[in-house]
Design a protein around this ligand. Structure first.
Ligand SMILES: Nc1nc2c(ncn2[C@@H]2O[C@H](COP(=O)(O)OP(=O)(O)OP(=O)(O)O)[C@@H](O)[C@H]2O)c(=O)[nH]1
Ligand SMILES: [Mg+2]
Length: 303
């Protein structure tokens, strides 16, 4: 054997590409997204349809950059906002080099599931990611994977717990291998490209999902009207937009107690993210049927 051949091996080429995270509501897409990036960039709640936007996060190391895309859970849209959410998923057809189809390992696939239809339409190489393995035994994990593989031709399968991080490093390595060769798209020290205003509106929306029940979180949008950065304090003025007049009272609560609670919880989250004090003012506005109104949706950032 001539060992000099392997000694002179070329260094690995630089790779860069886009990996879209896709799946049903509540599968754990945003939890995985945050694990992959090592920080909280996307909001997470136990309720379905938490994520409404497509969110980009950049994973970089010496010889690669992966742009991970978190997306809203796949549903049959019932109103225009949900249609806009599904448009974000469908954009993966052109934007993604690879898809990560994440499934809740406790949930069996259903024939005719809207996810499989979407995967076929998108027509991008797809890995099956069986999530929540912290709740499953090995036999069950394999059984679930085999059942999904009956419905779609996956390029690979990885078992993870997005919650505790098991399997996530292995997943990153496998994603890297499948990225096209090329230079980085974004400066390597950057983690994302969205604005502080957007992130703050998301943190308030996260608290809305955690604090209110039934249709309320689904009927609200959060609009940052003013964001003033002072040296030791951020002054933020946010509007919470509701869909119907009757929701305003529920949101505010007796003697404004619920809105106050929302304000306190949101402010704490914002301060934790910015590392400085925040002054947060919340106002509630009614915009009848905003979820079906093209102009409102645009104004609230749902394009
Ligand atoms: N036990 C367990 N729970 C998980 C795991 N990953 C996510 N979860 C939980 O599942 C719930 C939904 O997680 P999200 O990350 O918000 O799910 P999503 O797919 O982004 O949901 P949508 O944005 O609504 O489509 C949360 O309560 C998570 O804590 C996991 O690996 N194990
Ligand atoms: Mg999500």
């Amino acid at each position: 054997m001539n060992s000099s051949v392997s000694d002179k091996k070329e260094p690995d080429p630089h790779r860069a590409g886009y990996a879209g995270i896709i799946g049903l509501p509540n599968a754990g897409k945003s939890t995985l997204f945050n694990q992959l990036l090592g920080q909280k960039l996307s909001i997470i709640t136990p309720k379905a349809q938490t994520t409404r936007h497509r969110i980009q996060g950049f994973y970089s190391d010496d010889n690669s950059q992966i742009v991970f895309l978190d997306t809203p859970g796949i549903i049959q849209p019932a109103y225009l906002l949900q249609q806009r959410m599904m448009d974000q998923v469908h954009r993966l057809r052109v934007d993604a080099d690879l898809l990560l189809h994440i499934v809740d390992g406790r949930r069996a696939p259903e024939p005719g599931d809207v996810v499989f239809e979407t995967l076929k339409e998108l027509n991008v190489d797809t890995m099956l990611i069986v999530n929540k393995i912290d709740t499953l035994n090995e036999e069950r994990m394999k059984e679930v994977a085999a059942r999904y593989a009956n419905h779609f031709n996956y390029a690979d399968t990885v078992f993870i717990s997005a919650l505790d991080g098991t399997g996530v490093d292995e997943l990153i390595e496998k994603v890297k291998e499948r990225m096209p060769q090329g230079p980085a798209f974004y400066p390597k020290e950057e983690a994302s490209d969205f604005s502080m205003r957007f992130f703050v509106s998301e943190l308030i929306r996260e608290q809305l999902f955690l604090l209110y029940q039934q249709e309320i979180p689904y009927s609200c949008a959060v609009n940052i009207v003013e964001y003033k950065e002072e040296p030791d304090l951020d002054r933020i003025h946010a509007e919470i937009v509701v869909n119907r007049d009757s929701q305003k009272g529920i949101l505010i609560g007796k003697k404004a107690s619920r809105l106050k609670e929302l304000g306190i919880r949101s402010r704490k989250e914002i301060e934790q993210m910015t590392g400085k004090k925040a002054h947060l003012e919340l106002f509630v506005k009614v915009r009848e049927k905003w979820r079906d109104n093209e102009t409102f949706l645009k104004n609230f950032g749902y394009r």
